[in-house]
Design a protein around this ligand. Structure first.
Ligand SMILES: [Zn+2]
Length: 511
């Protein structure tokens, strides 16, 4: 009787190795997430659902398809928070995503060591040795159901990772992510997994579904793809491989909106579905405790006083009317100054629609800066010609009414004629080229550097395009909220002077 009790107590745990007689062994259940981006409140639910499934099925596999450690407020811990949480979940496999390198490659590799998860990636080689950093695949036997797991990440990493984390001191790329050869690398890994006896091949992919069909069309032997990167919500759809066979693919969206579920039956059938996390009632207490601890710490750290403002950085005019989308205003100047100072560009630009509130005089907390920039847009710097900059300004100032794409600026002065025809309203543009307070007329063929969000400068935000923009490398990955934090605590040494509360003729109108 005592022995029975002990056995029951042990079999209640999801990861024990003893098999209770009543658990189903005719199916392997793979549960996965992708692009969680620091939405840590989802993990206790993910683990809770996994634990519930593990009550019924003996073979339950837990997988992450990348972009986990950066986003939301994980920068406060350089990703450590997510790693602690993932460790408490207990993952089997992971494929790295581009944003997993946001806090530097060294940080990512150190964090990965801690998780005890098996990373898989067939297109992540050291250029110097030609050797892969991680296992490319792994084959697992689940009581006769042999499954091969292969990992593949975004092959054109150099185009989506803005940090210098991929480059050595001499500016040479350290890693090879495959580029146009990714399908060949993937095929080798799939063939190796098959040769080792895998009957079903599962691809953990951080490729994205815009590129995925092309890559899959050049391969054969893959049964199902758990895809990531594009934040697509796809319960299950088919694409063709090289042999014309159907390959099932699925993706959960982002921020742990859904839990991905793939089942492989004993007779080789593969099915996929998504479970909305809000529909899951079970929350893992173990994982919940870790998340709660972090949430309490985040609460404390965001409310800590980090500086003081002697100025009221308003978005209104003297009569209290909101004007940030129509005229120069102190909060706009402050944000544009931050972009300029922190990136080191000649010009700073912020779109009025991107600033969600103002900053009152008094104590400043990280929470008050986050309220201004709540979307955590990536910061970037570009180099463009005077002509391209002027065209963008024409688009920004073409609207005389309320427009989210109205630019608040730093290091530049514009004179606008509201009565002129649309596209011809910018009368003059002067730039503080040398950064010494001397403004000179913009020249069409000169190049200028601009700091701003990637939404504004690179993604055509508000329908405005900087033609032929060249993206320049920043020292490190940064989001706009962290940019404000850095500006206040480092550039301004915790003190916003009273003068910041005044407008100074950066944007003026022809009378
Ligand atoms: Zn990604």
């Amino acid at each position: 009787m005592i022995l029975m009790t002990v056995v029951i107590a042990f079999t209640g745990c999801h990861n024990d190795t003893d098999t209770p007689i009543n658990k189903r062994m005719d199916e392997v259940v793979i549960l996965f997430e992708n692009d969680v981006h620091g939405a840590i409140d989802g993990y206790p639910i993910f683990a809770g659902y996994r634990d519930a499934v593990a009550d019924t099925f003996k073979y339950v596999v837990t997988v992450s398809c990348g972009d986990c450690i950066s986003g939301n407020l994980t920068a406060l811990y350089q990703g450590q928070s997510v790693i602690d949480i993932m460790k408490s979940v207990g993952y089997d496999y992971l494929v790295p995503g581009n944003h997993d390198f946001d806090f530097s490659m060294a940080t990512f590799l150190n964090l990965l060591d801690e998780t005890q998860v098996q990373p898989l990636c067939c297109n992540f080689n050291d250029r110097a040795t030609g050797l892969p950093l991680f296992k490319e695949y792994e084959v697992k036997d689940y009581g006769g159901i042999k499954v091969g797991y292969v990992g593949v990440t975004y092959p054109y990493m150099e185009t989506v990772v803005s940090t210098s984390t991929l480059i050595d001191e001499d500016g040479n790329y350290i890693y090879d992510f495959g580029g146009g050869n990714v399908a060949g690398m993937l095929q080798n890994a799939v063939d190796a997994a098959r040769a080792e006896g895998a009957r079903t091949v599962v691809l953990l992919s951080h490729i994205g579904d815009d590129l995925l069909p092309e890559v899959i069309s050049k391969t054969s032997g893959i049964d199902v793809v758990l895809d990531a990167h594009k934040h697509t919500t796809e319960p299950g759809s088919y694409i063709k491989d090289k042999d014309g066979s159907d390959v099932l693919w699925t993706s959960t969206g982002t921020q742990m909106e859904n839990i991905g579920r793939v089942s492989i039956t004993k007779d080789g059938k593969v099915k996929s579905s998504l479970i909305a996390t809000e529909s899951v009632s079970k929350r893992s207490e173990t994982v919940g405790n870790v998340v709660d601890r972090y949430n309490q710490d985040i609460e404390r750290r965001t409310k800590e006083v980090i500086g003081h403002s002697d100025a009221y950085l308003t978005e209104n005019d003297a009569n209290g009317k909101y004007i940030a989308r129509l005229e120069e205003c102190p909060i706009g100047n402050f944000c544009a100054d931050a972009f300029r100072a922190v990136t080191g560009a000649q010009i700073g630009i912020v779109n009025a629609g991107g600033m969600r509130t103002e900053i009152k005089a008094g104590d400043i907390t990280y929470a008050s800066l986050l309220a201004v920039f709540p979307f955590q847009n990536e910061v970037c710097m570009i180099k463009v010609s005077g002509r391209s900059l002027k065209n963008a300004l024409e688009m920004s100032y073409a609207h005389i009414d309320d427009f989210g794409g109205f630019y608040q600026i730093s290091g530049m002065k514009v004179l606008i004629d509201k009565t002129a025809a649309e596209g011809n309203r910018v009368r003059s543009v002067k730039v503080d080229v040398a950064g010494n307070g001397t403004f000179v007329d913009i020249a069409d063929n000169e190049k200028y550097t601009i700091g701003g969000s990637s939404y504004v400068l690179l993604e055509g935000g508000n329908g405005i395009i900087f033609e032929n923009a060249e993206r320049l490398a920043l020292k490190s990955y940064l989001t706009d909220d962290q940019l404000l934090l850095q500006y206040v605590t480092e550039t301004l040494a915790g003190h916003i002077p009273e003068s910041a509360g005044k407008v100074e003729g950066r944007i003026t109108y022809v009378e």
